[in-house]
Each structure stands twice: as structure tokens, then as C-alpha cells.
Ligand binder design. Structure first.
Ligand code: GTP
Length: 695
């Protein structure tokens, strides 16, 4: 038979459906989700419209649970597989005739949840369906979307895959959940909305077609009626003189695939245990003898429906086959690649693996820092580029944001000036005051500089985590942990000399103020600028960025102070203000803290401005130096150092033979995933062989 010959399945052969069933087989046994969505025929309709009866007639056997109320409570995926009688083929003996009630060696069912067990007794199949339904839904009328998979092998069926779904209901009965209607609807929709599902919409002919729940739901997902077949049951129960001829002709609700009228056994036939063979015969006679259907009897009844379904399914598969092939191929590629990435379970000796991983890690670390990493993305900066960002954006701006004058006010400068001149009033601007202030401000640069070191450290840790996120490290979690611990310890070790160097850089700047720096605006030049401004009666504005004097933009802030030492002016002016007159008279000792206050004299104003000009100019030089030098220090003692010494450090700390085997224990994930991938590759390879049989 063509269906059993593996080398030649033609698209015009019903073997195509066998092929789909084989594919389904391949994937269901794998136990992982099926990557290929195969076409199925889903049966929908209101409760008691006759869905189960239609299915049983198609199968030709009684095997579905019957009763009142909602009987189908879980989806039943029914695979019918046409299989020639074994004794006919093997022994050439005559077919053993059996009645419906008896078991037949050539007809049996198998449940996916009880693999390997053949059910020859169809009553037992019914019992198992009931038992399995109740195991998920309980005895009450609850429903469950978990499907039951049943396969029926028989010489008397056409190869088809059908899904029996719970009947659409409106009113909950007994202790059914209140939202039973929605639950069933959702479940049914799940099956019929797939674009490759064929919808068998069952409607009792003695009810109004326009009110058919099955058709209504089918129309929601297939508004054009492209993949819906109408089945009209209970044609025998129609009122005398009425028939379904208008429906069949597509004059009521047209469907591209048309309608098939059927006659199933009535309730009484079932109770009287009338055989299905009797029902099919009864159905045939009904259509052949009915005056409305007589001339189209060939297009009526269950056998015609089965053939039509088979044909539709076949056409459907034929259409979707190229897509199925492509999907199998791409899944196969995906899983093969993943399998390769997971590696063999038996790799070379452990010291080689660790050695290779150390070398690879070191190269990658270097690569990331140097921007040579292959997996560079265009979406974000990585490795070295991020460190560069830390230097040139974060650090540079952090340093620029340190403003000496947010802490040093004019009055403070004045105090220092007075102090540094000692007990005798100063004659000219004291460099001592300038140095004192500028040194203090330079020390403030230590904090952002050390912060820069720690930001770069964070970046290195980030790179480390990226490098440890590879499948190779996922495979060996102990090795990954060890790498992590060794590298972090290494980074931390490198932090001490780095921090020290950076601290020293700041200390160097604070230690010696090089007033001979070529970029420094020297004292006489500063004084000249200030004098010039003051002569023009304008205060000097200093550009905080360049330290250069700016043309004045605002009117003078302070009035020119008087020089005659009036009360309230001069350095001690405010202290000896009126409220302190008593103290003045008493000549009490000065208070514990004494600050400069009061209005500044012209000379003082100029002195303060000169000092500020000098501070700004010098501080800018130092800032530039730090922005230049601190990254170099960090590169030297942290980045470059770890880059160059990484391999040695790793070898020293990891390459200990005693530990190697423990480090190379594969993760459970790797072991499990490898198995899954192997199964998938196996199944997909089989699937690919199966679909490739189709010319
Ligand atoms: N006379 C007659 N009775 C039918 C026909 N089809 C179904 N019935 C009867 O209608 C009743 C319901 O049929 P089922 O096949 O159980 O209906 P169902 O849609 O599967 O029901 P649920 O699974 O509960 O939704 C049964 O008593 C059948 O005997 C038919 O074509 N003619």
C-alpha cells in the first residue's frame, strides 16, 4: 500500500494524512512542545447537537461517553489511522467478521497517557475516557482544557485527526462554575482560531440555523467561511414537509466547504444498544428514500462526510506542507546549533578544558577592553568604551564641578589674608594666603578621583559578568564561581595600588604649588588686571572655565569702601560695632572665633579679587592635570595591570589538579538541556525525513 511505503508518498495520496499523523507521533512522544502546528479538524456545536454521535459514526464504533448534560468535558484529540487488517496481509486468511460489540484484532485504541497499551474493547476506551476526564475535572460538571489523546487504528476508518470539544452551553447546571459558558467558549476558540484548523460546525437540523452556536463561533474566527464545514444532524427529526435543501444549496448561510446532512442514532437506539452498522445502514436508507434528498443521496450521510473531511484535510496539508517543511528545517537548525553549543558530554581531559577556558577568558577580557570583541553591539557601549565614558564624561565633569568658591567666600579669603600677614598689616597680596586656600581646594579633588577608580572597578566587574555569561560557563557552574571569585579578588588586589597612586597624585598637587607653571596667571599680572578693572570702577569677573578675566557684565557689587577706618568698616569694624561698644570700652579679650566681617576696604576688595583670580587660574591647571593624569593612573595600575596579569593570576589560582574535576561538574541545566536538544534533533530529523518523502 502507498501509505506504508516509506519512499513514495504522493501529494494526491491519502498517505499525506498518514504522514501528518506520523509527524504528530514523532512530536508527541518527545514530550516537549510541538514546534509544528499540524492541521486538525475541531468539532464544535451546542450541547446535545450530536457531536459525539457524528464522531462515533465516522469511527464506526461506540466508544464515547454518553449521558445527559455536559458529557465531553475535556478536549479529545482523536487520531484515526487507517490500517489494513494484519491477518489479511500476513496470512492471507479471510477477514474475521465481528459484530460491533465484539473486539476485533484489527481495531484498537491507544491513549497517549497509557503508552503501549492497546484497547481492543471499545467499552474499555469509553471507561478510560470517563476515568481520565474525572481525574482532571472531578466528578462535577467542571471542564478542563487539558486534552486527552486517543488514537484509533482500524481498517474501517479513514485517516483523520479530529478534536471533540465540550458542547457550547448557556446555563450552568448543578454545581457547574457560573462562568462555564465563557470557559467552554475560550477553550473552543483556542482550537478553532488556529488558521490551520478546520472547523466542523455541528447544528441540529431541527433547530434554527441562524441561532447555531457552532456556526456563530466558527464565524468569529472564520468570517469568510473558508475553513468551516457545516454538519446538520437530526435530519430525521425534522417536521414533516421541512428539509435542509435550502441550507445545502448555500441559500441560508453559505460556507465555501458546504454542509453535509447526517442521521445518527436517536437516544432510544442507543439505549437499545443498536449497533452503529445498523445506524449507518438506517442513515443510507433514510437519504436514499427521502424525496428531498433522493437525487443527492451520494452527498449525504456519514460516509460522505468522512470522505469529504479526509479530502479537505489532505488539501489543507498539501497547502501547508511547504511551511511545515520550512519550520522543521529551521527548528532542526536551531536545536543542532544549541546542541553544538552545549558541547559533548565527554570532553577531553579536565586540565585541558580549564586551560582553554583561561586562555579564552583572558583573550576575551583583553578584547572587550580594547574594543575588539566580536559580539560588539551597536545598541550600547561596551567594555573599553564604557571606561572611556567614565573618564571623559563622568570624571571630567565631576572634576569640573568642583568649584573652589562654593566653599571659599570673599570673607574667608579676607580672613586668611589678614591671618597670613600676621600681626603687621600686609603690604601686598600674600602668596601664602593663595597657597593655603588653593591647597585646601586641591584636596577636594581626591574624592571624585577615588570615585572614578571605583567606577572603573565596577566596569571591570561588569565585563567579568558578561564574560561569565557564556554557555560554556553555564555548563560548568563551579568553574564559573571559581573564575568569579579569583577575578574579583584580583581586581580588589589591584585597587590598593591604584587608589594609592590616585591619592598621591592629589597629594603631589596639594604639596607643591608651582606658581611658575607656564599657564598660571602670575601675581603681578593678576594685580594689573584687578587694578585696571578697579580704575574703571568695575569688578573683575573671572571665567570659571578659563580663569581669564572677563569684561564686566554687571554693575559693581560693593561700594568703594572708605579708607578712613570708620566704625563699621574695615576688618574689625563689625566686631566693634555699636552693640559691642561696651566690650570695646572694657577691653575684653577677643571672642574664641574671630572672623573678618564688615565692609571691605578698597585695598581689601582688590586683594580678594586678586587672590580669587589666582585661585581660579591655578585650580584650573590642577583640574586639567587631574583629568589627564587620574585615568592614566587607573589604566596603569588597574586596567592595564589586570589585562596583562589576568592569565598569570588565573593560572596561579585555578590550575590546581586536585580541584579540576570538581570545577568541571556540569550543571543540571546543561545535562537536561542537552538531553532535550538531542531528543528534538532526533525527532526533527525523523520529521524531516518524513516530510521529504513527499514529492
Ligand atoms: N434522532 C436522532 N437523534 C440524534 C441524532 N444525533 C444525535 N441524536 C441524539 O441527540 C442526543 C445528543 O447527541 P450527542 O451526540 O451525545 O450530542 P453531543 O453534541 O455530543 O453532546 P455533548 O457532548 O453533551 O455536548 C443523543 O441522545 C443522540 O442520540 C440524529 O441524527 N437523529
Amino acid at each position: 500500500m502507498a501509505t506504508t511505503n516509506p519512499t513514495a508518498i504522493n501529494v494526491n495520496d491519502p498517505g499525506l494524512i498518514t504522514l501528518v499523523n506520523k509527524l504528530q507521533d514523532v512530536f508527541t512522544t518527545v514530550g516537549v512542545q510541538n514546534p509544528i502546528d499540524l492541521p486538525q479538524i475541531a468539532v464544535v456545536g451546542s450541547q446535545s447537537s450530536g457531536k459525539s454521535s457524528v464522531l462515533e459514526n465516522i469511527v464506526g464504533r461506540d466508544f464515547l461517553p454518553r449521558g445527559t448534560g455536559i458529557v465531553t468535558r475535556r478536549p479529545l484529540i482523536l487520531q484515526l489511522i487507517n490500517r489494513p487488517p494484519a491477518n489479511n496481509q500476513v496470512n492471507g486468511t479471510k477477514d474475521v467478521k465481528t459484530s460491533d460489540a465484539e473486539s476485533n484484532v484489527d481495531e484498537w485504541g491507544e491513549f497517549l497517557h497509557i503508552p503501549g497499551q492497546k484497547f481492543f474493547d471499545f467499552n474499555k476506551i469509553r471507561e478510560e475516557i470517563i476515568r481520565e476526564t474525572e481525574s482532571k475535572t472531578g466528578r462535577n460538571a467542571g471542564i478542563s482544557p487539558a486534552p486527552i489523546n486517543l488514537r484509533i487504528y482500524s481498517p474501517n476508518v479513514l485517516t483523520l485527526t479530529l478534536v471533540d470539544l465540550p458542547g457550547l452551553t448557556k446555563v450552568p447546571v448543578g454545581d457547574q462554575p457560573r462562568d462555564i459558558e465563557r470557559q467552554i467558549r475560550d477553550m473552543v476558540l483556542k482550537y478553532i482560531s488556529k488558521p490551520n484548523a478546520i472547523i466542523l460546525a455541528v447544528t441540529a437540523a431541527n433547530t434554527d440555523l441562524a441561532n447555531s452556536d457552532g456556526l456563530k463561533l466558527a464565524r468569529e474566527v472564520d468570517p469568510e467561511g473558508q475553513r468551516t464545514i457545516g454538519v446538520l444532524t437530526k435530519v430525521d427529526l425534522m417536521d414533516e414537509g421541512t428539509d435542509v435543501v435550502d441550507i445545502l444549496a448555500g441559500r441560508i448561510i453559505p460556507l465555501r466547504l458546504g454542509y453535509v446532512p447526517v442521521v445518527n442514532r436517536g437516544q432510544r437506539d442507543i439505549e437499545n444498544k443498536k449497533a452503529i452498522s445498523y445506524a449507518l445502514e438506517h442513515e443510507r436508507q433514510f437519504f436514499e428514500n427521502h424525496k428531498a434528498y433522493r437525487n443527492k443521496a451520494a452527498y449525504c450521510g456519514t460516509p460522505y462526510l468522512a470522505r469529504k473531511l479526509n479530502l479537505i484535510l489532505m488539501m489543507h496539508i498539501k497547502q501547508t506542507l511547504p511551511d511545515i517543511k520550512a519550520r522543521i528545517q529551521s527548528s532542526l537548525q536551531k536545536y543542532t546549533a544549541e546542541l553544538a553549543q552545549l558541547g559533548d558530554s565527554m570532553l577531553g581531559n579536565s586540565s585541558n578544558i580549564v586551560l582553554n577556558m583561561i586562555t579564552e577568558f583572558t583573550n576575551d577580557y583583553r578584547g572587550v577592553l580594547e574594543g575588539k570583541n566580536q559580539e560588539l553591539t551597536a545598541t550600547e557601549l561596551s567594555g573599553g568604551a564604557r571606561i572611556s565614558f567614565v573618564y571623559h564624561e563622568l570624571y571630567a565633569n565631576g572634576i569640573k564641578a568642583v568649584d573652589p568658591f562654593d566653599q571659599v567666600k570673599d570673607n574667608d579669603i579676607r580672613t586668611v589674608l589678614v591671618n597670613s600677614s600676621g600681626p603687621s598689616p600686609s603690604l601686598f597680596v600674600g602668596t601664602a594666603a593663595f597657597e593655603l586656600i588653593v591647597k585646601k581646594q586641591i584636596k577636594r579633588l581626591e574624592e571624585p578621583s577615588l570615585k572614578c577608580v571605583s567606577l572603573v572597578y565596577d566596569e571591570l566587574v561588569r565585563i567579568l559578568s558578561q564574560l561569565l555569561a557564556t554557555p560554556m560557563f553555564r555548563r560548568y557552574p563551579a568553574l564559573k564561581e571559581k573564575f568569579h571569585a579569583v577575578v574579583i579578588a584580583f581586581f580588589k588586589k589591584a585597587m590598593d595600588p591604584t587608589n594609592k597612586l590616585v591619592r598621591d597624585l592629589v597629594a603631589m598637587e596639594a604639596c607643591y604649588i608651582n606658581t611658575g607653571h607656564p599657564d598660571f596667571i602670575n601675581g603681578s599680572r593678576a594685580m594689573a588686571i584687578v587694578h585696571e578693572r578697579h580704575n574703571a570702577n568695575k569688578p573683575v569677573q573671572v571665567d570659571p572655565k578659563t580663569g581669564k578675566a572677563l569684561p564686566p557684565a554687571v554693575p559693581p557689587r560693593s561700594q568703594s569702601p572708605s579708607l578712613d577706618g570708620n566704625e563699621g568698616s574695615g576688618f574689625f569694624g563689625s566686631f566693634f560695632s555699636s552693640k559691642n561698644k561696651k566690650k570695646m570700652a572694657a577691653m575684653e579679650p577677643p571672642p574664641p572665633t574671630l572672623k573678618a566681617s564688615g565692609t571691605l576696604s578698597e585695598k581689601e576688595v582688590q586683594e580678594v579679587e586678586v587672590i580669587k583670580l589666582l585661585i581660579t587660574s591655578y585650580f584650573n591647571i590642577v583640574r586639567r592635570t587631574m583629568i589627564d593624569m587620574v585615568p592614566k593612573a587607573i589604566m596603569l595600575n588597574l586596567v592595564q595591570w589586570t589585562k596583562e596579569e589576568m592569565q598569570r593570576e588565573l593560572l596561579e589560582n585555578m590550575y590546581k589538579t586536585a580541584e579540576l574535576d570538581d570545577l568541571l561538574k556540569e550543571s543540571d541545566f546543561t545535562i537536561r538541556r542537552r538531553k532535550e536538544c538531542q531528543q528534538m534533533v532526533e525527532s526533527l530529523t525523523r520529521a524531516s525525513e518524513i516530510v521529504n518523502q513527499v514529492q
